[in-house]
Ligand binder design. Sequence first.
Ligand code: ZN
Length: 98
Amino acid sequence: MSGRTRAGACPERTCVGCRERAAKGELLRIVAVEGACVPDRRGTLPGRGAYVHPRAVCLDLAVRRRAFPRAFRGPGPLDTTALRRHIEQSAQAERATP
Ligand SMILES: [Zn+2]
């Protein structure tokens, strides 16, 4: 056994909201498309991505600290309306499933 850890087996990312590290699969990838934050569920959209827990609290934190414009190196605020709706809907769907 060498000193190597399981590098690459479980990639971690930092949530731009609460700043906690989590497995990539637990976080929602966000990309900026035409001035709006767009959820990238499959992780296939091109461009710079930011990662956030799919929770309203983390989205609020990210918005408050302007994490998205910083992450995307954008000039100004980004529209998070569609992203918020997406997160709220997935939270409801999670609650609905037994
Ligand atoms: Zn978070």
